[in-house]
Write a protein that binds this ligand. Sequence first.
Ligand code: ZN
Length: 219
Amino acid sequence: MKKEKALVVFSGGQDSTTCLFWAKKNFAAVYAVAFDYGQRHRVELDAARIIAGKAEVPLHVFNMDLLSQLTVNSLTDTTMNVEKAKPDERPPNTLVEGRNMLFLTYAAIFAKEHNIQHLVTGVGEADFSGYPDCRNDFIVSLNQTLNLSMDYPYSIHTPLMWKNKTQIWQLADELGVFEIVKDETVTCYNGIKGKGCGECPACELRNRGLQNYLEERKE
Ligand code: ZN
């Protein structure tokens, strides 16, 4: 893989930032795409631009307003409260239906245009919050569909698929970007950079993982 090019689907969050630096380690040239779909917090896209700049990765931001016209969710509709995931129930209202399929598909079109076969995404099953398009089965299926639809040998890479948040912090540390991920990414549903509001479901997951990792690192 070291001689090839990769395209990272990037959001400025913890997971995709870790993937960005993972890609830098594993590929000769790395590019990134981010999507503006009317997410509550423009700070996410600002963070994406800053991090891509620090990583010296060219970032292309595409407008995906259409997504918020098609589906209602609490990440784009500011009148809705952000729900927490509850086991055995429907996914929380932070789910943006179809998001990963659309983003990966658009990324794939852009990638082929630039002779890039490798796509990298930060989705994962380990801290599964009920989003169907984070599952490995879906990624394997979409990979095949993309290859058939564009007659092109894509490989979708999911370095975080089986890692929990603690292990994702560990990976960032191993890649030498622990501080960048800790301070520059936006994961919080309330749009607060770094350690976030501390109360929303995304912060709870992120901060619990960070605490666990820091405790492990001390030992
Ligand atoms: Zn938060």
